[in-house]
Design a protein around this ligand. Structure first.
Ligand SMILES: Nc1nc2c(ncn2[C@@H]2O[C@H](COP(=O)(O)OP(=O)(O)OP(=O)(O)O)[C@@H](O)[C@H]2O)c(=O)[nH]1
Ligand SMILES: [Mg+2]
Ligand SMILES: [Zn+2]
Length: 303
């Protein structure tokens, strides 16, 4: 039988077959070894083949089909382990909050680089706009200008008040979408605002650290009544990049990639080369310094 992985708790993997039925499956032993470096050899969104066990209730996954794409990260602290957030995505959304908790632009840029590197359309959702004062509102305007100019659509919502939630739900129709972001950004709250019958668990923000409390512990894919699937994920602290070659990073900054034909050297890395259109654009403001600094910091992470 064929199906899609909708949840994985380590020992049990939930597979949804085309008829909508869900089967709790185990993984055949050999995959564990092959996927050793990843904390999760099977990712949410993976298309798999499985066999029903004689008890008819459970199954065994026998084959994982090739992935169209995936979003993968490594935790900075545990640099050897990688984690696939989800596979076979049509769209990746980063849920960003400017306060309670604060999302840094470095984090945003690393997420966008990964999505772009794997050709997954990425967008930013600014949540908790009900908490804005003038300073936060103007910070959001600045960030939106930068990211939209770079090529990433931006949306502003309040999951709490319901502001503009319908705009986001329209984007999800008929697609498989991922929600990622820091703990407490409101991923589960926004999914529940989009589809109230899901009633996902949400957690209060710690008053001391102004951060979330890691309420969602396993990623899970949910079916939307209007068609499509949404993947809620546990909050992540950092977004460590993997699999990137130095000369590939600029490809993941669309506003820089656009300028490459105007650089003197066709393999320009936009760092030390003369006649670099990206560096000229920094002067005119066409490429934002903040994004360029992220680019340099990502380049310098490389061995
Ligand atoms: N003021 C305000 N609070 C919100 C909004 N959206 C979510 N929250 C609150 O933020 C807290 C965290 O929301 P969650 O949905 O649990 O956040 P999460 O991103 O799923 O967090 P993890 O599951 O820990 O990764 C909850 O107390 C929500 O009620 C919003 O638009 N405005
Ligand atoms: Mg959550
Ligand atoms: Zn250049």
């Amino acid at each position: 039988m064929k199906g899609v992985v909708t949840k994985s708790t380590g020992s049990w993997i939930t597979v949804r077959s085309e008829d909508g039925m869900r089967t709790e499956c185990r993984l055949k032993g050999q995959f564990r070894i092959r996927g050793l470096r990843s904390t999760n050899p099977v990712a949410i969104g993976d298309r798999v083949e499985f066999e029903k066990q004689p008890d008819e209730d459970t199954g065994v996954i026998t084959h994982i089909l090739e992935r169209d794409n995936y979003i993968i990260r490594k935790s900075i602290n545990l640099s050897r382990t990688t984690q696939i957030l989800a596979a076979n995505l049509d769209h990746a959304f980063l849920i960003v909050t400017l306060a309670r908790p604060k999302t840094s632009t470095g984090f945003i840029d690393r997420f966008l680089v990964t999505a772009t590197g794997y050709y997954i359309p990425a967008s930013i959702i600014f949540n908790k706009i009900d908490l804005y004062d003038e300073a936060l509102a103007s910070r959001e305007v600045k960030l939106k200008t930068i990211y939209e100019h770079a090529g990433y659509p931006c949306y502003s919502v309040s999951a709490l008040r319901g502001d503009h939630v319908d705009r986001v739900s329209n984007l999800l129709k008929g697609k498989t979408s991922l929600f990622s972001g820091h703990s407490g950004a409101g991923k589960s709250a926004l999914i529940t605002a989009i589809q109230p019958n899901l009633k996902l668990k949400t957690g209060l923000i710690s008053e001391i650290h102004l951060k979330g409390k890691h309420t969602t512990t396993f990623a899970e894919m949910f079916e939307l009544t209007d068609g499509g699937f949404i993947i809620d994920t546990p909050g992540i602290r950092e977004f460590g990049l993997i699999d990137f070659e130095k000369n590939e990073v600029h490809r993941c900054f669309p506003e820089m990639e656009r300028l490459l034909p105007q650089c003197r050297y066709k393999n320009c890395t936009h760092t030390h080369e003369p006649g670099c259109a990206v560096k000229d654009a920094l002067e005119t403001g066409d490429v934002s310094r903040m994004r360029y600094n992220s680019y340099l910091s990502i380049l310098n992470d490389k061995p």
